[in-house]
Unconditional design. Structure first.
Length: 549
């Protein structure tokens, strides 16, 4: 059986090397030559014919060798396709010859040579997993585990597959040494520290994204075939299908690809994965699939508004960027609901969390935690957290079986370290600077005090549609109306008369603007449904582009 490193660093056959040579160019390289440096963008892919290339990254701020590529091997990871800034340096250590291919050359090779393409893509994905798993770092983050901003930055980096070395200000002696070394006051934390010694105090997500090259450089006045707002399952599915059919696609996301599904520890009811798949892995696979077909997936400023100018649909970001497109897909998902309880805002990110990933699980090892909610997301979180926590207290207003799949209900009930409080609600939060305790009251008036530093909320969500207000028709709860659900008056406009047709099934009240996934009124609120809608929307876009208005 092949090991992870065998998958990550395969040796190509002479036939494969010949196929790459036919699609690239051969160049001579000399020992000591730096082919690219950490932080560069749009680097080339190199297949080694003769000689050797050393790859180095950073562990705890110290350069470390990742691997040496010998003849028959090749460089690169997912950043070759994404265009993001790279996390490692490539240096020639033995004179020789390489085949050099640009990003578009690699995409063509993957498309035209499916067996070789499979080897390359699997290697790219595994290399990023190894970088993260073996402690290599894109950045170091120094802060307190109880700081909401420190949690925000760690979550942002983790969900965007940026390897992070986390240094806890409260428990790690390395934190104090680094602050002294770089003359950084403790009051400036949390800080993001690069391998070059440059540091930034508490950057916004947008600034962090720019620093790490997560955003896509945009061409002024470029008109895309499709701009997708949101990179959850619906947006990523549309990215894959639209790009694979030749459309010019830009997918913009303000936080991280994957949406709520991307934070799920294990999705077990998704077709084709009988043993389940983590939201993180599903997202990462979808991302590289979209990028191999040429879609650009960019983590940028949040969206401010949608409009129309001439024949273009205009998506305007909060930083003022205007994206012009022939079609727009609204896949902006939903926003987590909050508890109506005193001092709630005091503990967001400092004990109150909306996802149960490994990062949060590590924070509450051996402790008691509280999960509020009774849907599938809550069920998955309960099962996952039970592996780390001393006890998981589940608080729900009604029985688990009402909104949770039967297989999850049975599993939760069978866990020995899970206590279910129902019908019940959280009535008080306690703590000084961070969450320290929760009061839970049942319908019969009995209450229980739980000492905990972690409260996980899975109580539903509201549509992320404020940016669409006044532009397209929404239902009473703010979800986007589409197709036959649109009121008759909404399609009796000059724009629809000019189109000479009625709205397609997933089309909004504005021609050429579609909606899919959780944000759409009447959607099933399941990963598989969102993927199906994202794919289906692309067929309607082709029909619209054929007869634009």
């Amino acid at each position: 059986m092949s090991s992870d490193r065998d998958v990550a660093f395969p040796e190509l056959s002479e036939k494969d090397l010949a196929a790459l040579t036919a699609r690239g160019k051969i160049r001579e390289v000399r020992a000591g030559e730096v082919l690219w440096e950490e932080g560069d963008r749009n680097r080339f892919f190199y297949a080694v014919l003769e000689g050797a290339i050393e790859i180095t990254g950073h562990q705890r701020g110290v350069p470390q060798q990742v691997v040496i590529h010998h003849p028959g091997q090749f460089t690169g990871d997912v950043d070759v396709l994404s265009g993001r800034t790279v996390l490692v340096t490539g240096r020639v250590v033995e004179d020789g010859r390489v085949v050099e291919l640009g990003t578009e050359d690699v995409r063509r090779a993957v498309a035209e040579l499916p067996e070789l393409g499979k080897i390359i893509l699997k290697a790219f994905l595994m290399r990023r997993e190894l970088l993260i798993g073996e402690g290599f770092e894109g950045v170091r983050i120094i802060g307190s585990r109880f700081s909401p901003d420190a949690h925000r930055l760690r979550d942002f980096a983790s969900r965007n597959a940026v390897p992070v070395h986390w240094i806890d200000l409260d428990t790690d002696q390395e934190a104090e040494a680094l602050l002294r070394q770089f003359d950084i006051p403790a009051s400036a934390t949390p800080i993001v520290l690069g391998s070059d010694g440059e540091w930034v105090s508490n950057p916004s997500n947008a600034d962090f994204a720019r620093c790490m090259g997560l955003e896509t450089p945009l061409e002024p006045n470029h008109v895309y075939d499709l701009v997708i707002v949101g990179a959850g399952p619906a947006g990523l599915a549309a990215s894959v299908y639209a790009a694979s059919e030749g459309l010019d696609v830009l997918t913009t996301e303000s936080l991280a690809a994957g949406g709520q599904a991307g934070t799920s520890a294990l999705i077990e009811n998704y077709l084709g994965f009988p043993t389940g798949i983590s939201g993180e892995k599903l997202t990462r696979n979808a991302m590289i699939q979209a990028q191999r077909f040429g879609a650009r997936v960019s983590v940028q400023s949040p969206v401010r508004s949608l409009g129309i100018h001439g024949g273009d649909r205009i998506v305007t970001l909060e930083d003022g960027t205007r994206l012009h497109s022939r079609c727009v897909l609204v896949a902006s998902g939903v926003e987590y609901r909050k508890l109506d309880v005193a001092r709630f805002e005091d503990f967001e990110g400092a004990g109150i969390y909306y996802a149960a990933t490994k990062m949060e699980a590590d924070l509450c090892k051996g402790e008691e935690v509280v999960v509020v909610g009774a849907g599938n997301s809550a069920g998955q979180a309960i099962v996952y957290l039970s592996k780390f926590a001393k006890r998981v207290h589940v608080v729900c207003r009604s029985g688990l079986g009402r909104n949770m799949s039967r297989y999850l209900v049975d599993r939760v009930i069978g866990l020995p370290n899970v206590t279910i409080h129902q019908p019940a609600s959280v009535t008080r939060l306690d703590g000084n600077g961070h969450l320290e305790g929760v009061e839970v009251k049942c319908a019969d008036g009995n209450g229980v005090e739980i000492d905990t530093s972690a409260l996980f909320l899975f109580i539903g969500a509201d549509p992320n549609t404020r940016w669409l207000d006044g532009c397209v028709e929404l239902d009473r709860k703010g979800f986007v109306l589409t197709g036959t659900a649109l009121p008759p008056a909404a399609v009796e406009t000059d724009q629809w008369r000019a189109a000479g047709r009625g709205p397609f099934l997933l089309e909004t009240s504005l021609p050429g603007v579609f909606a899919a996934g959780d944000v759409r009124s009447g959607s099933a609120k399941r990963v598989s449904s969102a993927v199906g809608e994202g794919a289906m929307a692309v067929s309607f876009m082709h029909a619209h582009i054929a007869r634009p208005v």
